[in-house]
Design a protein around this ligand. Structure first.
Ligand code: AMP
Ligand code: GLY
Length: 424
């Protein structure tokens, strides 16, 4: 089979790497890809939002399956564009990707179908939001309705911060039209867990759990980022939690979408908070997490391509989805300054060290080739260094040891990825 993967980050590198292991695969293309992805796929200089060009490319190369890694094209309707031309594609259609694309939609869905989540109100103008805040309990959480690179969520400790937040989102439009509508939500406390799943419209199969570290600095300080590191599985995702979520969250979410005439095929990523009142949904995403994919896919035993094909065909019930009984940790190596300003073009050394090591992986997030053919930094998140171990502690020690193999100017990482393991 010929596969096209859409995206160019660490998640897409992990997807390409895993797809390449399938005996069904003859050739992988990735648009736009990056310097690491180039070792497993042929990179094609087409942007993820250039639907017409991507469709034309898929037709020309007779691609058998296109896999969309990123949220923006999914929410923008890339799957509909491919299907309209009779092309096979893995991911939710636009009317289902709204599960990630609109927080107001997903909150209303959860309310209607009685899926546990924080209490909330939706506002279409700043005056009503400010009125509501006068008597709202604090802390409170403001969320831009639309996509905002994972940054449209503001945790406000008091009324003053909340008012400033409304101004930022709805008046100053910090995140553009994503803030035309906001959700104001009850503040919850507890451990966070990411659970990814495959969905074929009716059947859902849960992957192993993971936990992300969203803040830029150690001890969860600093700004929100796309994710600075992950571990899998989460020791806090106990059999009891799993049982609760299977009963009240996972299948109910899939059925709710089907009942709404929005059949969901692809990945549903459940962002859960394990609150004192039980697990609640923080958010849904319509794609693999980044860097959750970098710890979940290396532990997946089942053929990824087979599983994605089954999602497209509606035969996921026939797939036996299994994971290794071990652990993985991913530490993101970033450019110092991320998520604000940072320099690019720094030569990266040590990548070859990973080549002959089993259980160690270096997934490229923001890398490129310079004119001399050297691999250089080309983004805020540069690399995801993943290592496996028999348990989480061993995996963490292995991952941090492997971060030392890589050098580049302005290399930055968190030193406490997986610290929560010690508290389990
Ligand atoms: P989201 O994009 O909705 O996952 O929100 C980003 C982050 O904000 C989450 O990972 C949580 O750490 C935090 N967060 C979101 N909603 C709430 C809430 N209702 N209570 C407490 N923290 C929240
Ligand atoms: N790592 C969080 C996300 O992909 O949304």
């Amino acid at each position: 089979m010929k596969i096209l993967v859409v995206g160019g980050g660490g998640r897409e590198h992990a997807i390409c790497w895993k797809v390449a292991k399938s005996p069904l695969v003859d050739k992988i293309y990735c648009a736009p890809g990056n310097a690491g992805i180039a070792s497993v796929a042929e990179c094609v200089p087409i942007g993820a939002m250039e639907f017409d060009k991507l469709v034309a490319f898929a037709k020309e190369k007779e691609i058998d399956l296109t896999v969309v890694g990123m949220d923006d094209p999914l929410v923008g309707g890339i799957v509909d564009a491919f299907e309209a031309e009779g092309l096979r594609v893995f991911g939710p259609r636009k009317n289902a990707a709204i599960l990630e694309g609109s927080k107001a939609f997903s909150k209303d869905l959860m309310k209607k179908y009685d899926i546990p989540t924080a209490a909330y109100e939706t506002f279409n103008n700043p005056e009503d939001a400010l009125d509501y805040l006068e008597t709202a309990p604090m802390p409170t959480v403001l969320k831009a309705d639309g996509l905002a690179l994972g940054k449209g969520v503001l945790i406000c400790r008091n009324l003053e911060e909340a008012k400033a937040g409304v101004k930022e989102l709805m008046v100053d439009k910090q995140f553009g039209s994503a803030g035309d509508r906001i959700v104001i939500e009850e503040f919850m406390t507890g451990r966070e867990v990411s659970v990814l799943s495959f969905v074929d419209g009716k059947t859902i199969k849960i992957m192993t759990s993971a936990q992300d570290h969203k803040r830029a600095k150690d001890n969860d300080q600093g700004l929100n980022t796309g994710g600075m590191g992950t571990f899998s599985p989460s020791p806090f995702y106990t059999p009891e939690v799993d049982e609760f979520c299977k009963k009240y969250i996972y299948q109910k979410s899939v059925d709710a979408m089907a009942s709404e005439g929005r059949e969901f095929k692809g990945i549903i990523f459940f962002g859960l908070m394990l609150t004192p009142d039980g697990p609640k949904v923080l958010e849904y995403n319509a794609r693999f997490g980044d860097p959750e994919a970098q710890v979940v896919l290396p532990r997946m035993k089942t053929d990824l391509l087979d599983t994605m094909e089954a999602c497209v065909d509606g035969t996921l019930d026939k797939i036996d989805l299994t994971f290794e009984d071990n652990a993985a940790v991913c530490v993101v190596l970033a450019s110092d300054g991320y998520p604000l300003a940072y320099e690019k073009g720094k030569v990266i050394q040590g990548l070859d060290t990973f080549k002959d090591k089993t259980g160690y992986y270096v997934f490229h997030a923001g890398t490129a080739f310079n004119h001399k053919g050297e691999i250089v930094t080309n983004g805020g998140r540069v690399l995801g260094v993943t290592a496996k171990g028999n348990d989480l502690k061993e995996a963490r020690a292995n991952a941090y040891a492997a971060t030392e193999w890589i050098t580049f100017e302005n290399k930055y990482m968190r030193h406490d990825i997986g610290k929560a393991i010690d508290e389990a």
